[in-house]
Design a protein around this ligand. Structure first.
Ligand code: FES
Length: 69
């Protein structure tokens, strides 16, 4: 079983659970986050890479489902 799981929320952020080393574009680490962090996938957040709830205001829509096995 993976130590880290990444789950897209319905029409919202990617929920990352588990120990991750999140870096910025220059390789600098972000301060440690809560046990679950929400990463923006709508592109509208004012505090990227984290979700700030803007997806609700802009009507972001994305259903992400793995292929049936
Ligand atoms: S997914 Fe929430 S602000 Fe982008």
């Amino acid at each position: 079983m993976a130590d880290v799981t990444i789950t897209p929320s319905s029409n919202g952020p990617l929920l990352v659970k588990g120990p991750v080393d999140l870096r910025d574009i220059n390789g600098r680490p972000w301060p440690p986050q809560d046990s679950t962090m929400a990463l923006c996938r709508c592109g509208g957040s004012g505090r990227k890479p984290f979700c700030d709830g803007t997806h609700l205001k802009i009507g972001f829509h994305a259903e992400t489902k793995a292929p049936a096995t």
